[in-house]
Design a protein around this ligand. Structure first.
Ligand code: CP
Ligand code: NVA
Length: 296
């Protein structure tokens, strides 16, 4: 339905709005011990068809700290995985709650859900993208390095949902993103992606080195040999700026996409990034619910 602030994909939202959401997240983090009760009387449904630690906890903490109520369920506990349609699920949930945060594999189904609700739908990760994660990553980069515009960022490894959201974000937030991805996967990349052959080329003089698991959820059993030269290790980090940071959305497969040494080094900001999911989620939810009448 037009006019609803769905948060499905970075590409769908204009740059000015995204920058406002990011600025609000910075502000809400400063208010973490005195959170404004923006969601008093509101309910958020959270539905998962895949595992989650960060998304699950950070959305619940964020919504509750700002005064709201949450209902969490896995997909296989609701009628959607039986015979009930996505259309009916969307219409019915719209009568119960004020927003839906959902993690599901298929992005087209997520979109279809959003077309059949009268409330905002938030993408908690699909096979296509992970926009909430990227907003929290950028929040972390800004905290550590200052404004994101003009910064140089290297992505190494798989071209996956997180990489794709980064490519979308680079256009909106004006940062320079270089991706080193195995040749056999490059056909999957967005046309806008700046792809290079080697990890060494990608990380040269960058401000941020980013990676993610080589085996995303649902790809278990996949061969990982093609990624070996894309591992983030201490030697590779020396090619980045001296002040460079290392980020990762987590969960991490230690010794695969990144070494223990890098994770233990001062460059690693992984736990700050995880915490920032809470602050960023508050700002995303506030934008989604900006026009929702508070029922108290
Ligand atoms: N980064 C992230 O989304 O983590 P979870 O899968 O634990 O939610
Ligand atoms: N690319 C990973 C991200 C997990 C947060 C996955 O989809 O499993």
């Amino acid at each position: 339905m037009p006019g609803i602030n769905h948060f499905l994909n970075i590409d769908d939202i204009d740059a000015k709005t995204l920058k406002e959401i990011l600025a609000h997240a910075h502000e809400l983090k400063k208010l973490k011990f005195n959170p404004p009760q923006l969601f008093k009387g509101l309910s958020l449904a959270m539905v998962f068809d895949k595992k989650s630690t960060r998304t699950r906890f950070s959305f619940e903490v964020a919504f509750k700290q700002l005064g709201g109520h949450t209902i969490v369920t896995s997909m296989d506990e609701i009628q959607l995985t039986g015979a009930e349609s996505i259309e009916d699920t969307g219409q019915v949930l719209s009568r119960f709650v004020d927003a839906i945060m959902i993690r599901m594999s298929d992005h087209a189904t997520l979109k279809k859900l959003s077309e059949n609700t009268t409330i905002p739908v938030i993408n908690g990760l699909t096979n296509h993208s992970h926009p909430c994660q990227i907003m929290a990553s950028i929040l972390t980069m800004e905290e550590k390095l200052g404004p994101i515009a003009g910064k140089k960022i290297a992505w190494l490894g798989d071209y996956n949902n997180v990489a794709h959201a980064f490519v979308q974000a680079s256009e909106k937030f004006d940062f320079e993103l270089t991706l080193a991805v195995p040749e056999s996967l490059r056909h999957k990349a967005d046309k806008r992606a700046n792809l290079v052959d080697t990890a060494e080329e990608a990380v040269k003089d960058v401000d941020v080195v980013v990676t993610d698991t080589w085996v995303s959820m649902g790809q278990e059993g996949k061969a990982i040999e093609i990624f070996e030269s894309y591992q983030v290790n201490s030697k590779l980090m020396t090619l980045a700026k001296e002040s460079a940071i290392f980020t990762h959305c987590m969960p991490i497969h230690r010794g695969e996409e990144v070494t223990e040494e890098v994770l233990a080094s001062p460059a690693s900001v992984i736990y700050d990034e995880a915490e920032n999911r809470v602050h960023e989620q508050k700002a995303i939810l506030a934008w989604c619910l900006a026009d929702t009448e508070v029922n108290v």
